[in-house]
Design a protein around this ligand. Structure first.
Ligand SMILES: C[S@@+](CC[C@H](N)C(=O)[O-])C[C@H]1O[C@@H](n2cnc3c(N)ncnc32)[C@H](O)[C@@H]1O
Length: 522
């Protein structure tokens, strides 16, 4: 059976041991326990070894239930072959502990009826149904519904739950329901056979207790003590639980320092670049331009930061020329106002307009069909500086000397006269702004950082006018691939150091490194 469709990735036994051991330390009782997606029953032995235990073990597939019940034959376990989402509706019992590793099945692999059941669970709890993007989400909400007052949920969940935007409302809902939230992460890859990183999420409610989110970092589930613990009490609700890797003082420091700076969107109009409706068709290379005699109807454009191989803070003619010579697609067909489109380009458009992707012709795609002519890409002006929403090790802001456009994968600022592009870009590479990039944004597999337009606009910048010679030194440091720490220290000296004590700057730098290490697992 396809693992992606059944979400059958079994929990390593050392994680099971870790979870049960932790519950014992918390004084957890086990008389009324539910395992909602029991699989091969690997949570059961560890639970059964606890005194006074009773477990209801739910599993969708009959063959798995048969296999499990024949191997683990105990009067303390009641086996149920059921869809957990139906079980939530039918079950009258309320549990003291719900523990397990729910199936990770995303919307596109879920059946229609599972989607409907999941969404109706969300609806009943007053959570927008658009938040239900994965079966684990429904298993979380279902578990909340089946929990006794004061009960505990302890789940293995994908790391993305802590920070993806679509799950923000779910996290908010859980913060409203539980006052003790604990997150456990492990440096070692605990699920070596799946690409997804996972964490453990413990949700519990104590009477009259101060609400908090605690974040524990362990090297491995075999360790008895974490190498780092942090706690958030004040900065709740916390938009991204992954940011609980900082503590309240760190977050307060970020907020206080940011309040003293200018925001990106105060430097001038700030916006994403051009939406083409089909980059592959509307952004072409030098060979195309020459062959189609399209020189008079193209604009320079950059699609993504990975095209810029050179380490620099200037995007200038030389860099553009390099990309052009390498035949990288850097020309946008700008045809909306063009009265004299070359014949060869017209022939090209006629051909590609009919090309289908997922049964839809290019010219009938949502974006193309709503504009006249369908190939007339609306032009958004370029900015004085630009940034790409995705970045690898270090987020980059460039000085746009070439006056190049970007696609909407890039955000630009058209600076007001009081600010100059070189100073803005120079000042960007300080510990505070870089820490805020990590704090505001989210990361995906492989550690790619992403910021939405509003997260970018909200970044704080310790702007100050910078000498041209200092800007050149910084560019040289980039070209020489100097360590990030050197670059950041150099910028800090000319920016933060004029307004903050050195120990505060050092703390900001530690915060930046903590957040960056968490993302890149370094
Ligand atoms: C990630 S595995 C976890 C198994 C086991 N609890 C563990 O931790 O190793 C998820 C299990 O959920 C089962 N499952 C999938 N959809 C389900 C559903 N709607 N209701 C109950 N179980 C389901 C799968 O068959 C699979 O055994």
């Amino acid at each position: 059976m396809d693992d992606k469709k059944t979400g059958s990735y079994y929990t390593p036994l050392d994680i099971v041991e870790f979870m049960v051991h932790f519950l014992v330390l918390q004084g957890q009782t086990f008389q009324c326990t539910l395992e909602p997606s029991a699989g091969d029953g690997r949570f059961l032995p560890a639970l059964l070894s606890q005194e006074d235990c009773h477990i209801d073990a739910v599993e969708l597939f009959e063959d798995k239930v048969q296999d499990m019940s024949s191997r683990i034959n105990s009067s303390k376990v009641r086996y149920l072959t059921a869809d957990f989402l139906d079980y939530v509706d039918a079950c009258e019992c309320r549990y003291q502990l719900i523990i397990g590793n729910p199936p990770y099945i995303n919307l596109k692999n879920m059946g229609k009826s599972a989607i409907e059941k999941g969404k109706s669970l969300f609806e009943a709890e007053g959570i927008n149904t658009a938040v239900m993007q994965n079966l684990w989400g429904a298993f979380l909400v279902g578990a909340v519904k089946l929990l006794k007052q004061g009960g505990t949920i302890f789940y293995v969940l994908p790391m993305e739950f802590l920070q993806v935007q679509y799950a923000e409302k779910l996290r908010l809902y859980l913060e409203g329901k539980f006052n003790h939230i604990k997150i456990f992460t492990f440096e070692t890859d605990v699920f070596s056979d799946i690409e997804q990183k996972t964490c453990l999420v413990y949700l519990s409610n104590r009477e009259n207790a101060v609400p908090y989110i605690e974040y524990y970092c362990y090297h491995s589930p075999k360790d008895c003590t974490p190498f780092k613990v942090s706690r958030i009490e004040i900065n709740k609700p916390l938009k991204k639980w992954s940011n609980a890797v900082l503590n309240d003082e760190d977050i307060e420091l970020l907020k206080v320092c940011a309040a003293d700076c200018i925001k990106m969107n105060q430097l001038g109009p700030c916006a994403p670049g051009i939406v083409t409706g089909g980059n592959k068709y509307f952004i072409v290379n030098q060979t195309f331009v020459t062959e189609h005699q399209a020189q008079n109807c193209v604009l320079p454009i950059l699609q993504k930061s990975s095209f810029i191989k050179q380490n620099t803070i200037f995007f200038n003619d030389i860099l553009f020329q390099t990309l052009q010579n390498q035949d990288v697609p850097v020309f946008l067909l700008n045809l909306s106002q063009c009265d004299d489109i070359p014949q060869k380009v017209l022939e090209y458009l006629e051909r590609v307009g009919e090309e289908k992707t997922n049964q839809v012709k290019l010219k009938e795609r949502h974006k193309c069909s709503r504009r006249t002519p369908w190939y007339g890409v609306p032009i958004v002006n370029y900015g004085d500086v630009f940034f790409f929403k995705r970045s690898d090790r270090l987020p980059h802001l460039y000085i746009n000397e070439k006056q190049i456009h970007t696609t909407d994968a890039g955000y630009h600022i058209r600076l007001m006269e009081t600010y100059d592009a070189a100073s803005v870009v120079f000042c960007f590479y300080n510990s505070l702004t870089l820490a805020l990039c990590e704090f505001n944004g989210r990361y995906y597999g492989g550690g790619v950082l992403e910021l939405t337009p509003s997260e970018f606009k909200d970044l704080a910048l310790p702007y100050t006018k910078i000498e041209q010679s200092d800007v050149e030194v910084l560019d040289r440091m980039f070209r020489e691939k100097r360590p990030i720490l050197d670059i950041v220290s150099y910028v800090n000296e000319r920016t933060l150091a004029t307004r903050l004590e050195s120990d505060v700057i050092e703390r900001l730098n530690i915060i930046r490194q903590t957040l960056m290490k968490r993302r890149l697992s370094i």
